[in-house]
Design a protein around this ligand. Structure first.
Ligand SMILES: NC(=O)c1ccc[n+]([C@@H]2O[C@H](COP(=O)([O-])OP(=O)(O)OC[C@H]3O[C@@H](n4cnc5c(N)ncnc54)[C@H](O)[C@@H]3O)[C@@H](O)[C@H]2O)c1
Length: 333
């Protein structure tokens, strides 16, 4: 805990997504602080560390050594490295007594996912969670609540598309299966699978068609159908359509379809949750807080879990294995 009472975070991996977490910290500086930034690339770590007056380190080992010697502080870490680099980092941080929030997906393949889920069980006093941030999107939270309250009648389908036009990904680690585990499906499809898990139930893969725009790289798009498991699902036996893509127009939408109507959230209309009754008539537009707050809400939940033991809706590593199993079920080809 920082002297002002803020929960101290070390950011491990100061690339793209670390900026979203850093903005969440800035917006909640009474409760959260970045105390250390760890990244082998000097330009990346220096920018973030300077902005937050944090200590900087070129490796997790040097950070943990400094912390053990009283020269660095942290209550928890946010692991924002590519997936293939994470398992050793998480193990070292847990051994050092640090709470861990790790970016999605849990790992680049199922074997590491299972190893991680087993490993975190050895540290029951530490909070371990996966950064499936869409659980903290206010429109999604409201959709879950309204569906439980019967607004759309009987749930019949989940529909989710996270797609964008990003040809530069061909050259980045995200499309290198050795580092990321695949392509668009493990990258954004894992978010969709976790949303399905959060809103509907355990996703069991039924079918998946992938498109490969780039020779030797992971899939550039995927069209998947899942069904919620009979055991352990909020709504058993419900179908879901999951679309991911890197070479198509931007679409970021999630809908729950029921016998009485549909609730739809479009990330490009961030404050609107739309209800359309099955009986027709004008759509009802419900005002919700923007999805941009999801990273801040997730970090606050992480800090609260460490301080009070109340995990809220933070995704567990065991849940991460359920999404990893669905990704693994369709292989890499
Ligand atoms: N929640 C979301 O919406 C969301 C969005 C984008 C990315 N992500 C996830 O966040 C993770 C990082 O993605 P990104 O887009 O920020 O990637 P990135 O390539 O922009 O950044 C990764 C950073 O990690 C650093 N790094 C690599 N190995 C390291 C190590 N051993 N120790 C410390 N730092 C190391 C790199 O130098 C780089 O600065 C991925 O798992 C990705 O799937 C999540």
């Amino acid at each position: 805990m920082a002297s002002n009472g803020a929960f101290k975070l070390a950011i491990i991996g100061a690339g793209g997504i670390s900026n979203a977490h850093a903005a969440g910290v800035k917006a909640n500086s009474q409760k959260l602080a970045i105390s250390a930034v760890i990244d082998p690339i000097p330009a990346n770590r220096t920018k973030l560390a300077t902005d937050h007056a944090a200590e900087q380190f070129d490796s997790v080992d040097s950070f943990l050594a400094a912390r053990a010697g009283g020269k660095a502080q942290a209550d928890g870490v946010v692991v924002c490295t590519p997936p293939s680099a994470r398992i050793q980092i998480i193990e070292k941080c847990l051994k050092a007594g640090l709470h861990v929030l790790a970016e999605k997906p849990i790992a680049h393949h199922l074997a590491d996912a299972k190893k991680l889920a087993e490993m975190v069980q050895q540290y029951p006093k530490l909070v371990t969670a996966l950064a499936y941030c869409h659980r903290f999107t206010p429109g999604v939270v409201e959709m879950k609540k309204l569906t439980a309250g019967g607004k759309i009648g009987k749930l019949t389908r989940f529909e989710n598309c996270f797609a964008t036009y990003f040809p530069a990904l061909r050259e980045k680690w995200m499309s290198d299966p050795a580092v990321s585990g695949g392509g668009s499906f493990i990258d954004t499809g894992c978010h969709s699978l976790d949303l399905f898990l959060f809103l509907v139930g355990t996703p069991k893969m039924q079918a998946c068609v992938k498109e490969f725009a780039w020779e030797g790289r992971g899939e550039s798009s995927a069209t998947a159908i899942v069904k919620s498991a009979v055991q352990g699902s909020i709504y058993p036996g419900v179908g879901g359509v999951i679309l991911s893509g890197w070479m198509e127009p931007d679409r970021f939408t999630v809908s729950l379809v029921g016998t009485e109507g549909t609730l739809s959230y479009d990330y490009l209309k961030p404050t609107e949750l739309v209800f359309q009754s099955s009986r027709g008539g004008a759509a009802e537009v419900l005002t919700v807080e923007t999805h941009e707050v999801r990273f801040a809400k997730q970090l606050l939940a992480f800090a609260e879990a460490a301080q009070t033991g109340n995990r809220g809706v933070l995704a567990s590593f065991a849940e991460g294995v359920l999404t990893a199993e669905a990704v693994d079920a369709v292989g890499r080809g």
